[in-house]
Write a protein of this length. Structure first.
Lengths: 112, 113
C-alpha cells in the first residue's frame, strides 16, 4: 500500500514569506502528526490531528498552524518565515499510539 | 514531562561487530517504546517497537527489550553490516501525552567494511 506522501520535497523561501506543506497519510490512518527536525533541536513535535480536529500541540509559536481535511490529508502552514524555521518537516500517520507511526520522506524547507 | 535519553554518537564499528545503543526514558504510566532509523536524505522508518514491560521487539536482526525496572530500551544487533549505517532514534509514546512521540537526540552509526 502507498506510504505517507509529503509535498514538496524541497522548498526555498525568503524571510517574511509564508509556506504551506502537504501530507497525505496512509489510507485508513486518521491520525496525522507533524514534526520539525533540526541539527540543534532534534525532532520536535508540532501538532497532531485526528478526524479534522487538533488533538495535541507542541511548544511552537502561533506562526505554525495546521489543518486536516475530511479525507485525512493534512497541511501545515508557517507564516512570517524566519531563518530559524529552516528544517526538515516530517509528517507521520498512524492508526493509534500503540501501532507506531509511519513517516513520510519529509519536506526540506530552507529560509534565506 | 516525558523524555528520552540515548547515547551520543557517532558510533563507529567494523562490519560484523556487535552494536549496542543505550536508551533510557522518563514517562508517567506505561508508554509504548520505539526505535526508528533514518537513512541519509530520508524520513524515519520504524525499526521495532514494544508496548509493555518485558516485551522484546525485533526486526532485521535488531532487538530491544522493554525494561520497566531500569526504564530502558537498549537496541542491539549481533553482526552489523555497512548498510546499517544510519541515525537511530529511540522514542516513546506516552498515553498521558496523547498520540505524540518524544524522541531521543539520535545516535549516528557508521559501519566500516
Amino acid at each position: 500500500k502507498a506510504g505517507v506522501t509529503q509535498t514538496p520535497r524541497y522548498l526555498i523561501k525568503t524571510r517574511g514569506q509564508q509556506v504551506t506543506l502537504s501530507c497525505s497519510p496512509i489510507s485508513g490512518h486518521r491520525s496525522v502528526s507533524w514534526y520539525q527536525q533540526t541539527p540543534g533541536q532534534g525532532l520536535q513535535f508540532l501538532f497532531e490531528y485526528f478526524s479534522e480536529t487538533q488533538r495535541n500541540k507542541g511548544n511552537f509559536p502561533g506562526r505554525f498552524s495546521g489543518r486536516q481535511f475530511s479525507n485525512s490529508r493534512s497541511e501545515m502552514n508557517v507564516s512570517t518565515l524566519e531563518l530559524g524555521d529552516s528544517a526538515l518537516y516530517l509528517c507521520a500517520s498512524s492508526l493509534d499510539a500503540v501501532s507506531g507511526y509511519t513517516f513520510g520522506s519529509g519536506t526540506r524547507l530552507t529560509v534565506v | 514531562g516525558d523524555s528520552v535519553t540515548q547515547m551520543e554518537g557517532p558510533v563507529t564499528l567494523s562490519e560484523e561487530a556487535f552494536l549496542t545503543i543505550n536508551c533510557t526514558y522518563t514517562a508517567t504510566g506505561y508508554p509504548s517504546l520505539f526505535w526508528y532509523v533514518q537513512y541519509p536524505g530520508e524520513g524515519l522508518q520504524l525499526l521495532l517497537k514494544a508496548t509493555k514491560a518485558d516485551d522484546k521487539g525485533s526486526n532485521k536482526g535488531f532487538e530491544a527489550t522493554y525494561r520497566k525496572e531500569t526504564t530502558s530500551f537498549h537496541l542491539e544487533k549481533g553482526s552489523v553490516q555497512v548498510s546499517d549505517s544510519a541515525v537511530y532514534f529511540c522514542a516513546l509514546s506516552g498515553r498521558a501525552a496523547g498520540n505524540k512521540l518524544t524522541f531521543g537526540g539520535g545516535t549516528r552509526v557508521l559501519v566500516k567494511p
